[in-house]
Ligand binder design. Structure first.
Ligand code: ADE
Length: 253
């Protein structure tokens, strides 16, 4: 997967060099480039913002540097081998603008986005980006406004980082043992069960005896009960979705 990020704080993304995603970059599974928006601003101060039309607090990101950055990134698309052979057009890149005004990111969206060939993240700051940038991007590519959650961050960088981590680990081959992806919170609508490792007793806290029993069926049932109980306690909103889906499944299935 190709990922481009546009930001006025490119060094924010230095941490994507380490850990699982760093490895995925090294072995070519993720091809990630970070672009400094100020490189596309040509005045002496490399200005990227201005006061809002209509008045109001704060500053708005100017369209011109964004237009140049998007042209550079989207204009660089190289035709695939299939394209070159005339076998149909390549899917257009997906441009994501992190925004508290967007659709809320979740595991299902991460799964969908992990199947894309080319993601572009446009990180806004201040009061946001001139709307015409979003409209222009939508004419060149596909566009989604995506929110990390119902709270306001200072800009799109942290949201982009979280999304790239959630998406990147779902790209086949990035996580060594794919089984570890299936038993996680949010994969099937339930939160994950609590985990334990050695020693079996630590500072007076004991590992639940069923996990030491060697009885796989009992371990499986206990873990499922733990997931349901934890979800009911912490995220009852998720449980109602799972139960509704179960109720809607015809008996014959
Ligand atoms: N930028 C500011 N707040 C945000 C949020 N909640 N999600 C994504 N991008 C943001």
């Amino acid at each position: 997967m190709k990922i481009d990020i546009v930001s006025i704080f490119p060094s924010f993304f230095d941490v994507l060099d380490i850990s699982l995603l760093g490895k995925a970059r090294q072995n070519g599974m993720i091809n990630l480039a970070v672009h400094d928006l100020r490189d596309f601003a040509h005045d002496r101060h490399r200005t990227v913002d201005d006061t809002p039309y209509g008045g109001g607090a704060g500053m708005v990101m100017k369209p011109e540097p964004w237009g140049e950055a998007l042209d550079r990134i989207l204009g660089r698309e190289e035709p695939s081998a299939a394209d070159a052979a005339g076998a149909g057009s390549q899917p257009r890149p997906l441009v994501i603008f992190p925004s508290p005004a967007g659709e809320v990111f979740n595991q299902e969206m991460a799964r969908t986005l992990a199947q894309e060939d080319h993601l572009v993240f446009g990180c806004g700051r201040y009061e946001g980006i001139d709307q015409r940038v979003v409209d222009y991007a939508a004419d060149q590519a596909r566009v989604r406004l995506v929110s990390l959650g119902d709270y306001v961050l200072n800009g799109g960088e942290v949201a982009t980082m979280a999304m790239i981590e959630a998406i990147g680990r779902l790209i086949p081959g990035v996580v060594g043992n794919p089984e570890s992806l299936t038993e996680e919170s949010h994969e099937d609508g339930l939160l994950e069960y609590p985990s334990y490792t050695k020693p079996s007793s630590w500072r007076g806290y004991d590992v639940p005896p069923v996990l030491l029993s060697g009885n796989h069926g009992a371990v499986h049932s206990w873990r499922h009960e733990q997931r349901v109980e934890r979800t009911r306690r912490v995220r009852p909103d998720l449980l109602s979705v799972v139960l509704d889906a179960d109720a809607a499944t015809p008996e014959s299935e």
